[in-house]
Design a protein. Structure first.
Length: 51
């Protein structure tokens, strides 16, 4: 488990272990999903590669 601190602007830094695991790069987008139980998950937005 990784922990992140919320800044005064409401921002967090995704820990490097998670960014590496999900291959997240600067500028990538993620969707946040809140379950009925209040658990929050985030899913990387699919990257579309040029043909």
């Amino acid at each position: 488990m990784s922990t992140a601190k919320i800044t005064s602007k409401g921002q967090i830094t995704i820990p490097i272990e998670i960014r590496t695991l999900l291959d997240l790069q600067n500028g990538d987008k993620v969707n946040f999903i809140v379950s009925d139980s209040g658990q929050v998950n985030f899913i990387p937005v699919t990257k579309i590669l040029p043909l």
